[in-house]
Design a protein around this ligand. Structure first.
Ligand SMILES: [Zn+2]
Length: 151
C-alpha cells in the first residue's frame, strides 16, 4: 500500500486525525484521513494533537469537540505504535524471475513438449505451468524459455 500523503510504498495504516482551533465564536477544524505510513502518521499526529491541545478549547463547541478529537488522535496513534517504519531498501528481485542457467538446464528435457503442446493450441500459461511444476522451476521461467523458443 502506498502512503497517501508522501507516496512512499511501505507499511501503511488507515488513520483519521482531527485538529480543532477554537476562536470563541467560530472554530476551525481539519481532518486527515487515509492510508498513511508511520512517518506521516507521526508528523500529523503531533501537529494536530499539540495544536488542538493548546488552541482547541476556546469556544462552546470547541470545549466539547476538543477532548473528543484528542481522545481520537491518541487512540489512533496508539494503534500505530507497533507499525514498522519504511523499509529502506526495495525488496530484491525474486531470483526465480530470471531464466538462469540452472533453470535452463532443468527445462531442456521439456523443450519438445513445450513446442508441441503450444503449437497444438494449448494455452501458453497452462503448458508453462505444468512443465514448470515438473521441471522444478517457476512458471515465469518456463514462459521465458517458451519465448526464447519462439512459441
Ligand atoms: Zn508517508
Amino acid at each position: 500500500m502506498r502512503c497517501q500523503s508522501c507516496g512512499d510504498s511501505g507499511p501503511t495504516k488507515h488513520v483519521v486525525f482531527y485538529q480543532n482551533i477554537g476562536m470563541v465564536i467560530m472554530r476551525s477544524s481539519k481532518t486527515v484521513e487515509g492510508e498513511l505510513c508511520k512517518a506521516c502518521i507521526n508528523q500529523v499526529f503531533w501537529k494536530f494533537t499539540l495544536t488542538t491541545a493548546v488552541l482547541g478549547w476556546w469556544g462552546m463547541i470547541s470545549l466539547i469537540v476538543t477532548p473528543l478529537f484528542l481522545i481520537n488522535n491518541i487512540g489512533r496513534f496508539l494503534g500505530t505504535i507497533s507499525m514498522k517504519p519504511h523499509a529502506i531498501a526495495p525488496p530484491a528481485p525474486h531470483p526465480t524471475a530470471d531464466l538462469t542457467e540452472h533453470a535452463r538446464a532443468r527445462l531442456t528435457p521439456f523443450i519438445t513438449e513445450i513446442q508441441h503442446r503450444i503449437s497444438a493450441g494449448e494455452a501458453k500459461d497452462v503448458v508453462c505451468g505444468s512443465v514448470a511444476r515438473r521441471a522444478g522451476v517457476s512458471a515465469l521461467q518456463a514462459e521465458l524459455m517458451a519465448s526464447e523458443l519462439g512459441v
